[in-house]
Design a protein around this ligand. Structure first.
Ligand SMILES: *Cc1c(COP(=O)(O)O)cnc(C)c1O
Length: 358
């Protein structure tokens, strides 16, 4: 079965299977949700914020509308804006880069480590200037970045750290969770993430009561007290409905992450003969395999073969942000060969919490 001998198509996600596995609990929750009749900033959001802070190991969590807003509002809360520079990996997802631009700051790219896919900590210091304010490590594909090294560099250079944890719910290094290292960190609960809502949702985590309070204002028109608008805020609240769903699904995050890790082990066995670079889990790290990403020098051919075997694969991501139409004019004089190479070679095999299960 594991070899996919029956050639059943395996898709990157199967939301219906996931729903079926916890249908009664979700339906019970939804019935209560309509019974209570509270849709914005109620008990479900508060319960989730407190449960997720406990899960991650921070003093505070504040729900927001999505992951991009979480990153953007985190930078705003730190006072980062015009003229400031934020270091971000050159192979990041576009949203990480957009958040920096929306704050008014400049994304400055640092190449990744080609084995972990995460920002290469040894290349960070060369990119620090007088304008650098923060480092934004992006924990790609479920593997947390080298946070011990990054936190040291940040401390020595007086920089903030904003972790992009959108792909790393439950990931750890030395037993410490993604989202608990940086000054203020952002998660996405987009449906495909390891912890996914039934629509858009996000959150920030922090140990700072002051930063948490700032986010609570920024997400709600600058107000925590009705009709008292203290700052020029936004509308970026976590919906009560999404929080209700997340309150159910948070209980399954570790179980489904374990399933993802088992699939990764199985893939390593199935594909051990391929001329690919397979993902690794360095000593001391707990990988949660948001994606199982291999590197192939013959991607088109290999993806065709995988499709014949029944694996519906994706590419995360085919274009590095600096070469996207949105940014290529700005970065036309810069080159990131490693980001380019990864964009040409990466293949994401399907992996999700209910894969290979009835
Ligand atoms: C999904 C994702 C985001 C954005 O999250 P949204 O909720 O879709 O806004 C940001 N960064 C990374 C690395 C992501 O994977």
């Amino acid at each position: 079965m594991m070899n996919n001998k029956n050639l059943e198509t395996i898709r990157p996600n199967d939301f219906r299977k996931e729903y079926k596995a916890i249908e009664q609990e979700l339906q019970g929750k939804i019935a209560k949700f309509f019974d209570k009749g509270r849709y914005i900033l109620g008990e479900e959001v508060e319960t989730f914020e407190s449960a997720f802070a406990t899960y991650v190991g921070t003093n505070h969590c504040v729900g927001v509308a999505n992951g991009l807003d979480g990153l953007f509002l985190a930078l705003k809360a730190l006072g980062i804006g015009n003229g400031d520079e934020v270091l971000v990996p050159s192979n990041a997802y576009i949203a990480s880069v957009l958040a920096i631009s929306h704050a008014g700051a400049k994304p400055v790219f640092v190449e990744p480590n080609p084995i972990t896919f995460n920002i290469d900590a040894t290349l960070i210091e060369a990119k620090i200037t007088g304008n650098t304010k923060a480092i934004m490590p992006v924990h790609l594909y479920g593997l947390i970045s080298d946070m011990p090294a990054i936190m040291n560099i940040a401390q020595e250079n007086n920089l903030f750290v904003v972790e992009d944890c959108a792909q790393a719910h439950g990931a750890k290094v030395n037993g410490q969770h993604a989202g608990s290292f940086g000054d203020i960190n952002a998660f996405s609960f987009y449906p495909t993430k390891n912890l996914g809502a039934c629509g858009d949702a996000g959150a920030i985590t922090t140990n700072s009561a002051e930063l948490a309070e700032k986010i609570k204002k920024l997400r709600n028109y600058g107000s925590v007290e009705r009709y008292r608008n203290e700052v020029i805020g936004y509308n970026s609240r976590l919906d009560e409905f999404q929080a209700a769903i997340l309150n159910v699904k948070l209980n399954y995050l570790d179980v489904w992450n374990t399933k993802r890790r088992e699939i990764a082990q199985e893939y390593a066995r199935i594909f051990s003969d391929q001329l690919w670079t397979l993902p690794t889990e360095p000593e001391g790290y707990h990988h949660v395999f948001h994606q199982y990403v291999v590197q192939s020098a013959n991607r088109a051919e290999d993806m065709r073969w995988l499709k014949e075997q029944g694996y519906e694969c994706l590419i995360h991501y085919p274009v590095p942000p600096y070469k996207s139409e949105a940014y290529r004019e700005v970065y036309k004089n810069e080159n990131y060969p490693l980001a380019d190479k990864l964009a040409e070679q990466v293949i994401s095999l399907p992996v999700h919490g209910k894969m290979w299960q009835k």
